[in-house]
Design a binder for this molecule. Structure first.
Ligand code: FAD
Length: 277
């Protein structure tokens, strides 16, 4: 990466002014991904680094009855230090999977969600929870669903000249969640792919279900989810087998490779079997 200019603004207004006046701006949060990977900001063009560390509003954590709002520069350690009574669904497990304690002290939630090359671990968890993100650019600010950061080809699609400023996470509790790595690290990926699942039950029936795999691409089979919502627990062996093969097939179609696709199907089956208890 050839660096032409560096700025360390103390406010969002200064950061946006820098975005407006410079080309090829690379936001720098914790730097744990950028210092080990270029994250698609490389190439021949010189870049300008925008250090977000000194902007106080990006480290604010707010809570309402229904949401938790995190500034984009809140570290993963700060998320893990939030009180356990706060329902964070699969996010807590996802944050715990990232690097070491030292890495998590620097690594931010914004850097995890705005990675350009691959869907990182917390992205998978927050996509499963249908979080919303606030994006700011020269034109102003807007809230969008996290799914708006996924391209049509299911690849990461964070806008080029924008900043992620806040993340809004619904805190309605889940009855069952699972997060784990999906196989080994593959070439081109900065971290191993992630499996995330979450479910809510009502009167021994599945009332909500999310099943997701994320790596270089993201896979969420809404048809499969909808086919299981409304089913009484325990699910039949046939339902679980069908879910396993449907999930594996979908992952294989998305290019997850044979081993990972089979593993994804297996984790879906284990999650569904475990949820009955
Ligand atoms: C040893 C090690 C192990 C790791 N293991 C994992 C792992 O298992 N899972 C995982 O997910 N990650 C892993 N990582 C990568 C990294 O630590 C995390 O993804 C982290 O959350 C990235 O956050 P950051 O603040 O350091 O991002 P940065 O490196 O600062 O930035 C990452 C990307 O996001 C962009 N960006 C950052 N903030 C913003 C913003 N506010 N608005 C717009 N763009 C922004 C940057 O320009 C860059 O493209 C690992 C890193 C190391 C060193």
């Amino acid at each position: 990466m050839h660096v032409e200019d560096v700025a360390a603004p103390q406010s969002m207004a200064e950061a946006i002014a820098f975005l407006k006046t410079h080309l090829n701006v690379v936001p720098w949060a914790g730097g744990t991904l950028l210092s080990t990977r270029n994250d698609r900001h490389d190439g021949d063009k010189p870049v300008s680094i925008l250090d977000l560390d000194g902007i106080p509003e990006l480290t604010v954590i707010n809570r309402s009855d229904r949401y938790l709002e995190l500034g984009s520069c809140v570290s993963l350690s700060a998320i893990l230090s939030l009180p356990f009574i706060l329902p964070l669904g699969p996010l807590r497990g996802a944050a715990r999977l990232v690097g070491t304690a030292t890495v998590r002290n620097l690594a931010t939630i914004g850097g995890n969600l705005a990675a350009r090359d691959s869907f990182m671990t917390c992205f998978a968890a927050l996509a499963c929870m249908d979080a919303a993100v606030e994006i700011r650019d020269a034109g102003g600010s807007r809230w969008i669903s996290i799914h708006g950061l996924i391209n049509d080809d299911d690849r990461p699609g964070f806008p080029a000249t924008a900043l992620l400023t806040r993340v809004r996470i619904p805190t309605l509790p889940w009855d069952s969640v699972a997060v784990c790595r999906l196989g080994e690290l593959m070439r081109g990926e900065p971290c191993p792919a992630t499996f995330v699942a979450a479910a809510r039950f009502e009167k021994e029936t599945i009332s909500e279900l999310r099943l997701l795999a994320a790596g270089l691409r993201i896979v969420r089979d809404r048809t499969l989810e909808l086919s299981l919502v409304g089913k009484k627990l325990p699910l039949s062996a046939r339902d679980i087998e069908t879910a396993e093969s449907s999930a594996s097939y979908k992952a294989a179609q998305a290019g997850f490779g044979e081993t990972r696709s089979r593993l994804y199907g297996h984790y879906v089956a284990v999650f569904l079997s475990g949820s009955q208890r």
